[in-house]
Design a binder for this molecule. Structure first.
Ligand SMILES: Nc1nc2c(c(=O)[nH]1)N[C@H]1C(S)=C(S)[C@@H](COP(=O)(O)O)O[C@H]1N2
Ligand SMILES: [Mo]
Length: 237
């Protein structure tokens, strides 16, 4: 399923070059590699079996890549020894966890699909991490809590309805495809909220705040949709 990762990363690197002259020069290469690329993922473009919930595996307007494309952002420290996660707000038992404290909650590995609002998806990325639902059981949100705000380095935030944040496939992840998460993908720990567009999956995670009232995050106040359901194409405002 993911047998061509290196190739996909190389192809992405080619594609992400902006220089017009270079585009022209490498155009032939991309075209030549393009056939192979799609050949390697015959399930791309919605041909994969539907999800258990009946929705198509690939949401509308998305194209399948073999590996996550690094989308930037302002990194925090990628060192596990620097990791501190503050969990608070509308909870009975606020918590501060270091990396060992987080993993002590219980580690799981899940194959997850992610969908970037810019139009790419990755199917079955293997993330290892801690289920947010398990952490939530420890902090015990008050009945008034309705929303979760993921907080990350340098003030990045993303809001998710509590009900959706509690789904069993929402992870605080520290490994991807068998390797420690790369810094550009949010090391040491990032959120992964697979059923919402990928901007909700905060990298370089520093905190989780439970809220009574909703609070639009970094992209939500910059024109992205407040909810971000890929199957409803809730992309922009
Ligand atoms: N802290 C932080 N998290 C972030 C972002 C960011 O800029 N800062 N970008 C988001 C967006 S828009 C996307 S598409 C994904 C990209 O993750 P990736 O770079 O690992 O592919 O991270 C999300 N998480
Ligand atoms: Mo994004």
């Amino acid at each position: 399923m993911k047998r061509n990762d290196t190739f996909a990363v190389a192809l992405d690197a080619l594609r992400s070059r902006r220089s017009f002259v270079r585009e022209a020069a490498i155009g032939t290469t991309i075209a030549a590699l393009g056939g192979l690329y799609y050949f390697a993922e015959p399930a791309a473009g919605g041909e994969a079996a539907p999800r258990p919930d009946g929705r198509p595996r690939v949401p509308p307007g998305q194209r399948v890549l073999q590996a996550l494309k690094p989308m930037g952002g302002e990194p925090g420290s990628a060192l596990r020894q620097d990791f501190k996660l503050a969990i608070g707000g509308e909870v009975e038992q606020p918590l501060q966890l270091d990396f060992a404290g987080l993993t002590a909650v219980g580690v799981t590995e899940l194959a997850l699909d992610v969908h970037c609002v810019t139009g790419w998806s990755v199917l079955g990325a293997r993330f290892k991490g801690v289920r947010l639902a398990e952490l939530v059981a420890r902090v015990r949100p008050k009945p008034s809590a309705r929303h979760v705000i993921f907080e990350a380095a340098h003030g990045y935030t993303a809001n998710v309805p509590l009900r959706e944040a509690l789904k069993p496939d929402v992870l605080l992840a520290f490994e991807l495809d068998g390797q420690a998460l790369a810094s550009r993908h949010g090391a040491p720990v990032r959120a992964v909220v697979p059923d919402l567009y990928f901007w909700k999956s905060a990298k370089w995670l520093t905190g989780i705040r439970f809220m009574t009232r909703d609070e639009p995050g970094f992209w939500e106040v910059r024109g992205y949709n407040n909810h971000g359901d890929p199957w409803l194409e809730e992309r922009y405002g």
